[in-house]
Ligand binder design. Structure first.
Ligand code: GLA
Length: 718
């Protein structure tokens, strides 16, 4: 619901469990409150206008601007910096008008959350009286989903050119408090490890300048009460529906005022706006949870599954796949692929994914990106007969692409050496021996749409792994005029989104999975087009627990690709039991990534059993409510998480133990989110317990003599 109190010019955005108040005070749109849901009433007198303490520091520095800019005595972080024609960036935004409507408009050129008759939107227009820069602020409130969407457009309604230097699409002030921050940090093979620390004083930021959301920092930040845990305490969290460079920041002023922002990274962005032109920011997703981090994640998960992910596969059980990358790398032919697929079919897999190496002359990673034509040396008959043979085995056919890239050793590069991002006169820095296409150029977009469509039409392909294996260097488009060169990174994203929009609409029943050297571009922008992402190139089961744990802070299990691989593991050389590798992979979209044709009889039986379990449970796992039970970043030996089906009838608890320790105190796992008075039957032992007992007494961690052991407990409500 969105309320407007005309006399007080007070806005109240009321979600199912949160409220957000703003008021126009002396023409300035002022943030009043974001937190637990309140009845609709006039609360403005509870938050009096700030007074200047002394003439040295006027009241402007204490105002809680909804869009902080450079004006009068405001010295804190700014959400918007607009260089006007005279070269200064003073911007006094004042309320002009607003509009409230049912529904939600898609953002032009960018992915965004959508509504299904369950949202209302408020658009507030502010304007600077001198330059006539107008800012339209969009707020969407849902019924049934506790996420507040925010974005803004900057319109040049003046008569002179302006330059956007900094655009943060959401900025909020939090109540004074003792806070921690939680964010997801990493690198290639170590993505999204949850890191919690004290909220630093002063300015703190985490970001990406890479031209992708990146491995280092996921575009997510939570500010939480120091005492908050998985089930208790207040949490304020942000992410956005964007896949490019970004900045998330907090600022704690000298007088303990706390603010938080998300937006474009100002170091790699600026945007030229001629009179009459507008700029659309990405969309921020804001979550308030009064029920700790678990409550925050559950709000994100449902929303991402139902209002970011779209299309044919949104609610369908995801196929169990076998991917040949770690099985063969580049060294395969049709016979080898079919041998793996045949065994996969016997085990119960449903989809075979042919990874990198099927095109051009790509026998290693030094060539052919851009030449999306099948390598007849490896696949003499081409893709169509391979697809038919897979289909005859009962398997769907999936294929890998890395569309945004170009190898210097490729026919595409020889024909179009200027199609890559570069700066004339400077070395074109290669990474993994490849360069990046200038996705901002229409001819490049059209080439890709055409080349990929031809491949997808040439065979019965129903899955695509869309990879992106390096970040930008000299990330500039040589066709943009100098005053627009700094727009290159964002124009790249807009171009990529156009290609994704076109390809996913042309092939609506194809399941797309995004990837970027594993999980280097795991964000809501990508999930809008592709409902799942390859979580990490690290397939070691115990490393994966931390990665999947961190990823689950924001993203649902249905968004995470998780595969069983060989031991010794290729990234860590660690040896873990086959069952444990399966038990970790069932925390995401389950698959295999090893040479199944070489699997021992014993492991084959275990693989069959795991596939049977996943088929029985995947609706619970992919669409259920996820709770984190034992935190591997805090417990030195255990990790545990839990899924409850949407109808609250089935409960699955996964428990992992790192190593055997002698003479241990018995440990317990406390379940969450059960109905206290309901009874649940352990499907293995037949014993039944109340939800209250399972939550408060918990389960005993079984004793074991095996390192890297794991258990899956299944309960049914009776
Ligand atoms: C990336 C992906 C891998 C694999 C390789 C192929 O690293 O994350 O899964 O597809 O590329 O080159």
């Amino acid at each position: 619901m969105i309320f407007f109190h005309e006399a007080k010019k007070l806005f109240h955005l009321q979600g199912d469990s949160y409220s957000y108040f703003m008021q126009v005070r002396n023409g300035i749109l002022t943030h009043l409150y974001w937190g637990s849901r309140l009845p609709d009433e006039d609360v403005s007198a509870l938050i009096p206008e700030v007074q200047a303490y002394a003439s040295f520091d006027n009241e402007y520095n204490r105002l809680t601007f909804e869009v902080p800019t450079q004006e009068k005595g405001y010295y804190a972080q700014r959400a918007l910096n607009v260089l006007n024609h005279d070269g200064d960036d003073v911007l006094s935004l004042r309320y002009v008008s607003h509009e409230i409507f049912h529904g939600k408009k898609a953002l032009t050129g960018l992915p965004s959350a959508y509504a299904e008759d369950d949202a209302d939107t408020l658009v507030i227009t502010l304007e600077d009286p001198l330059t006539h820069v107008r800012v339209h602020l969009n707020y969407t409130v849902y019924t049934g989903f506790d996420v507040l969407c925010r974005s803004l457009q900057v319109e040049n309604a003046g008569e002179k050119d302006i330059e956007l230097k900094n655009v943060q699409e959401a900025s909020v002030f939090l109540p004074k408090g003792e806070y921690d921050i939680l964010h997801l940090k990493g690198s290639h093979c170590r993505e999204r490890n949850a890191l919690r620390s004290q909220l630093p004083r002063g300015f703190f930021s985490l970001d990406s300048r890479r031209g992708a959301s990146g491995h280092e920092n996921n575009p997510f930040l939570a500010v939480l009460e120091h005492n908050a845990d998985e089930t208790r305490g207040q949490v304020y969290a942000m992410t956005h529906v964007y896949s490019g460079s970004f900045r998330l920041s907090t600022d704690v002023s000298i007088d303990d005022r706390v603010s938080m922002m998300i937006g474009m990274h100002p170091d790699v962005f600026s945007w030229h706006l001629a009179p009459g032109e507008s700029f659309q920011s990405p969309e921020a997703l804001l979550v308030y949870s009064g029920e700790g981090l678990g409550g925050m994640s559950q709000r994100f998960h449902r929303f991402i599954r139902k209002r970011i992910c779209r299309g044919y596969w949104r609610d369908l059980p995801r196929p169990i796949l076998v991917n040949n990358w770690e099985a063969t790398y580049f060294g395969f032919n049709e016979e080898k692929l079919l041998a793996i697929a045949e065994k996969g079919a016997k085990i119960g897999c449903e989809l075979f994914v042919m990874d990198d190496g099927w095109f051009g002359k790509r026998d290693s990673d030094n060539c052919s990106l851009g030449d999306w034509v099948v390598d007849k040396k490896k696949l003499p008959g081409g893709l169509k007969p391979l697809g038919e043979k897979l289909n005859a085995l009962g398997m769907r056919f999936g294929i890998w692409f890395e569309p945004e890239m170009i190898s210097p050793d490729s026919d595409l590069y020889r024909a179009h050496p200027d199609w890559c991002l570069h700066v004339d006169g400077r070395e074109r820095t290669e990474a993994r021996q490849q360069l990046i296409l200038d996705m901002g150029r229409k001819e490049v977009q059209d080439y890709l749409i055409d080349a990929l469509s031809k491949v997808l039409e040439s065979a019965n392909i129903t899955y695509v792994k869309w990879d992106m294996n390096r970040n930008m260097t000299e990330g500039f488009s040589c066709v943009l005029p100098s005053e627009r060169r700094m727009e290159s990174q964002h124009r790249y994203m807009l171009g990529l989104y156009r290609v994704l929009d076109e390809i996913t609409s042309r092939f609506p029943e194809v399941l797309f999975e995004s990837c970027s050297g594993g999980g280097g571009r795991f964000d809501c922008g990508m999930l809008y087009y592709m409902p799942q992402t390859w979580t990490s190139d690290d397939t070691d089961a115990f490393e994966r627990i931390g990665i999947q744990w961190g990823t689950s802070m924001v993203y649902p299990a249905s968004a995470m690709g998780a595969h069983v691989s060989v031991v010794p593991n290729h990234q860590t050389m660690r040896i873990t039991p086959f069952e444990t590798r399966c038990n970790v992979a069932l925390g995401g979209n389950f698959g295999f990534e090893l040479d199944l044709s070489k699997l021992s009889d014993e492991d084959t039986e275990k693989a069959k059993a795991a596939v049977r379990t996943v088929k029985e449970l995947r609706t619970v796992l992919q669409q259920g409510t996820f709770s984190r039970l034992i935190d591997p970043t805090r417990h030195d030996n255990l990790a545990s998480w839990q899924f409850v089906s949407e109808d609250e009838k089935q409960v699955v608890v996964c428990l992992y133990q790192r190593r055997v320790k002698p003479n241990m105190q018995p440990e317990r796992v406390y379940l969450q989110n059960l109905i206290p008075d309901a009874r649940y039957r352990n499907q293995e032992t037949g014993e039944t317990y109340s939800g209250a007992a399972l939550m408060h007494i918990g389960l005993n961690v079984p004793s074991t003599w095996t390192d890297y052991d794991s258990w899956v407990f299944r309960f049914e409500r009776v």
